[in-house]
Each structure stands twice: as C-alpha cells, then as structure tokens.
Design a protein around this ligand. Structure first.
Ligand code: G4P
Length: 534
C-alpha cells in the first residue's frame, strides 16, 4: 500500500470516535444528543432536535408525517467535529421506535454511552441494550442524568451497576448535592470543582465556574454539610474504589461514570472531553479473513440497517454501511460478498440530523448511506480487493408475536412477495407454526412499531391489506443443537415451539418466569437469545 494512504488511514482512525447512546425512554437521550451537538458546533442553539421529537410525539400517524416531511423516523447518524476529533453518533431510535434496528445499530458502534435517569437508575430498555453491548464487549460510558432533580444516592447508583450488570464503575466526576441543592461536580481528573449555574433549559453552552479543591472560596460557595459530604464520599470512593483502568474500560468490564444534567448543559462538556480521551477508536472487525484492522488498505464494510421511504419523492431505500477498513470514495465500485456481484455505489450519503448531505470520502468508524434499491440485506459485506465477509448481525430475541393474515386470497402473490421482501430487508422476523395446517406467517418483533411498519408497507408498497392476530408470548429462545436437542429434551411445559425462517426451532414463552422454569427443568438445553442469520 502506498505509504500516503497508510498515513491517511492511520490519522483518520486516530481521530475518529464513534458511539451510540443506550437508554430508557425519557432518560434524556434527545436532550443529551442535542447538547453534544451544541458543543460540537454542529448546531448553534439547542432546540432543533427537540423540535423534531416534539413533532414526532404530537402526531399519531408518524408514517404520514414521515412522508410529508421526508424525514427519518428511525435512526440517523450524526457526525460532528470536536477538539480535533471526528465524532460519529449513531443515533439509536427512542421509545416509540424501539425495534430490532436499535440492537443492530450497536453492531456498528465502537463505544456505548449508557444514559441513566439518576432518579430511576437502571431501567428495562437500558438493560436489554446493555446485554447487546456486552455481547460485543463494547466500552460503556455512563452518564447519570437529571442531577438537578431529586436523584438516588450516587453510591447506590454505582452499586446497582456493579451488582446488576457486573460492571466495575469508576466515577470520573462526583456530584455535590442534588435536586434544588445540586451545586456541581468534582472532576477527579483535574481535581477541580465545577460549579453549577442554573440556566433556562440550557439552550446555549453553559458558563462554568471552576475552582480548585484547595481554594478557600469553597466553604463560602458550598454549604458546609455538602462540603463535608463531598469530602467523605471522595475519601470513600478513592479509598475503596478501583483506579481507572482503560484496558478494562476498552474490554467492556469497567464503566467510567459521569454525573450531570443534560437539560441545563451541566457536566456535558466535562463528559465529552473525558469521553474523547477514554473512548476506543475504530477497531478491527472479525471477518472470514480474520481480524481486519481499520488501516487495511482496501475498503470494506457491512450493512447494519436498511431504511425504506426516507424520502417520499423517491421512495428510496437507504442501506447504512459501517466502514470497517480502507477508504470509501464516492462512485466506488465494490464487490458484494453474498451475491458475488459487483455494485457501483450510487448516491452515497452522510446523514446529519434531518438533512442529508452527499459524501465524497469516508473512513473506518464512519457510516455511509447507500441508495441501491434491492441490492442489500442486513449483514451484507461489501469489499474491494481480497474477498472477505464480516460476521453479520444476528437475529435478536423478539418480544411480540402475531399471526399475519391476508383476508383476500386473490392477493396471495403480493402478500407472499411483500412478506419475503420485508423479512429480507430486516424489517421484521418471520416465524412459522410447526403445525402444517397453520400457514399464516408469524410476525416476530422487538417493538410494536415494527408491526405497524410492516402492515403499512404491505398496503402501500404491495397493495395488500392485512390483519394481525396477536399471540400471548413475550420471550423467544433459539435451541442450540436444533431439533435433535429439542427432541432429546422431551416435553417442555408452558412453551410453544415454532420454526424460524431457516427452519430452526424457536421456543416461545409467555414470560421470563416460564423461560426460567424450562431452564431449571432442562439444564441440558442450551437456549440462546440471539441466532446467526443462516
Ligand atoms: P428521551 O429522548 O430519552 O426520551 O428523553 P428527552 O431528552 O426527551 O427527555 C425527557 C424529559 O426529561 C424531557 O422533559 C426533558 O426536558 C427532561 N430532561 C432531560 N434531561 C434533563 C435534565 O438533565 N434535568 C431535568 N430536570 N430534566 C431533563 P419533557 O417534560 O418531556 O419535555 P420538555 O417539556 O422539557 O421539552
């Protein structure tokens, strides 16, 4: 490889940091995203992202809205520069949009920011997303948000992460008071106190008063009890807590923790600065040719998400590709590993908030949006040079199940075509009953919205009106060893058996409790919450 390209790739990789935010609805993801953009200079006044969300909330028919406005209801990728770094925020969708895409986006991320409402602690969606991060050993950075409101005790919050997630914690900053008495945080890196000033919703960058720990003004600025409490807690965490170990952070075993208030901007800059220092740069991805370092000279990447109808005028489908190695150039021709064909990549796009800009070059850690209808499926690898294929993206355990019925037999062909194409695209998983007389496909989704999307698209794109018949299950597990292992296990109580699109057995349970029962009764059965795409 030319030394120039090598140096160019090296520099690009060193300067890139990519992450996704994992959180439960209402923890403040939209707010934090906006504040990060504000600091990144990508927007000048907070409100833009929020406005978009408010509009989204206000409409019950999001699809109509998406069409009218031509915006994306699911994730977009935000790229901004900050302190000589190129930051890519893979903006996973929020509550209403929870879907398998939320999981898949994590397959393209190098780091995760776990955003926690400090009054609530860990919540269900965060735990689920955390499990996906753990599968990939992603480094996790924790932001305890809403400290300007009554919150749980900081030590208790750390303890919850340690106990429940099995992650060691290292508080990078420590809060002084909370709620009405929230006075700021102590930054352990520089051993300084950052004093909190209340701003009206923090639409501009926060003014920050910083004083050293030994400064005599402290006692005037802080109430005595808060000052002593801070000293006591610091002694405690510095005495018994572990030191920051970046290697453990990069292996996903220790999480740096930050306290702050996204709404008032407080602690956001401290977080961003430390995050950039500690976060992992784009790393090697596993492929059929072994681990591919990002500085490998030939371009390669994989599709982690497909999105339809982003622009109603074009009715296009955008494939989101994570660049893994080499340099991507506009109008490049690449090989498509699954089909063996060559594809000229048309209309590459970099996505920013609601607008789309065209893109000329991209580097490892970046995400590009490609508009090649019908070519790509989730998990596809594209490459130049030597043939290789990335590991792909697994199916994640769905939580909602419904028979999809086509009441109009004359539309059978369109129905079948639509269901097949939407499945291939990854809009939803399809399963089937083992009972041959029940031929309706079972839609299996992570979130309710996926059902709506599928029904809407079947009607709009394939002209088929459908009915849903909900099934009473909420947990799915794939059986390692397939039908043979299942047969050996004998009768399973409170379990339904279906087959996935590749004919593999999947067990459905009404709830976690039933699953645990089966695990208890059949320790020999290995049940998996994810399965490779066959
Ligand atoms: P999400 O994307 O994770 O769902 O959360 P979002 O940012 O929309 O925040 C949810 C609510 O929490 C919003 O209030 C937001 O203003 C508030 N919030 C976010 N960060 C903080 C914080 O640091 N402190 C406090 N006190 N509140 C915070 P809302 O009432 O739903 O909206 P709005 O009326 O404030 O716009």
């Amino acid at each position: 490889m030319s030394t120039e390209l090598k140096a160019e790739l090296q520099t690009a990789v060193e300067h890139r940091r990519n992450f996704a935010i994992i959180s439960h609805p209402d923890a403040g993801k939209t707010t934090l995203t906006e504040k990060l953009l504000l600091y990144g200079g990508a927007i000048h006044e907070a409100g833009a992202v929020k406005a978009r969300r408010a509009q989204r909330k206000a409409t019950s028919d999001w699809m109509a809205m998406e069409q009218q406005r031509g915006i994306s209801i699911t994730s977009t990728v935000l790229q901004f520069a900050y302190r000589n770094r190129q930051i890519n925020l893979l903006d996973t969708p929020g509550h209403q949009d929870f879907s398998e895409d939320t999981y898949r986006t994590l397959a393209a991320a190098d780091n995760a920011v776990m955003l926690v409402d400090a009054a609530k602690g860990l919540e269900p969606q965060t735990r689920k997303l955390f499990e996906v991060c753990r599968m990939r050993s992603l480094p996790i950075f924790t932001f305890m948000n809403k400290m300007d409101r009554p919150a749980r005790e900081p030590l208790e919050l750390l303890d919850e992460i340690e106990q429940e997630l099995g992650l060691q914690t290292y508080a990078v900053n420590w809060p002084i008071g909370m709620g009405d008495r929230f006075k700021g945080v102590f930054d352990r890196r520089l051993r300084q106190i950052h004093l909190f000033e209340r701003t009206a919703h923090g639409s501009k960058e926060a003014g920050d008063t910083v004083i050293d720990l030994g400064d005599s003004r402290i006692e005037k600025l802080l109430d005595q009890d808060l000052y002593y409490q801070l000293k006591e807690e610091l002694e405690l965490i510095e005495g018994i807590g572990p030191d920051l170990d970046l290697e453990l952070v990069h292996q996903g075993q220790m999480t740096p923790v930050f306290f702050g208030s996204a709404m008032t901007n407080f602690g956001v800059k401290l977080f961003l600065d430390a995050f950039l220092e500690y976060a992992m740069q784009p790393e090697a991805y596993k492929s059929t040719e072994g681990e591919m370092p990002p500085t490998y000279p030939d371009f390669s990447g994989f599709v982690f998400k497909l999105q339809a109808n982003m622009d109603p005028k074009h009715r296009d489908r955008v494939a989101f590709v994570r660049v893994c190695t080499g340099r991507f150039d506009k109008d490049m021709t690449v090989n498509h590993a699954r089909t063996g064909k060559t594809v000229r990549l048309s209309r590459p796009q970099k996505l920013f908030a609601q607008g789309r800009e065209s893109l000329d070059v991209a580097y490892p850690g970046d995400v590009i949006g490609l508009n090649n209808p019908g070519v790509f499926a989730i998990g596809d690898t594209i490459y130049n040079g030597k043939r290789l294929e990335y590991e792909g993206i697994p199916c994640f355990s769905p939580e909602l199940f419904a028979y999809l019925k086509n009441p109009n037999p004359s539309k059978f062909k369109q129905f079948h075509k639509g269901v097949t194409e939407l499945r291939e695209e990854g809009a939803i998983q399809i399963m089937y009953s083992v009972d041959e007389s029940k031929r309706d496909p079972i839609l299996a989704a992570v979130g309710q919205l996926q059902f709506e999307v599928v029904q809407f698209r079947l009607q709009n794109e394939y002209g088929v009106e459908t009915l849903l018949d909900m099934l009473p299950y909420s947990v799915a597990r794939w059986v390692a060893g397939g039908w043979q292992a299942l047969e050996k296990a004998g009768r399973l109580f409170n379990t339904a058996v279906v087959k996935d699109n590749w004919g593999r057995p999947v067990l459905l349970f009404k709830n976690e409790w039933n699953l645990q029962q089966v695990i208890g009764d059949h320790p020999e059965l290995q049940l998996n919450a994810t399965a490779p795409v066959a």
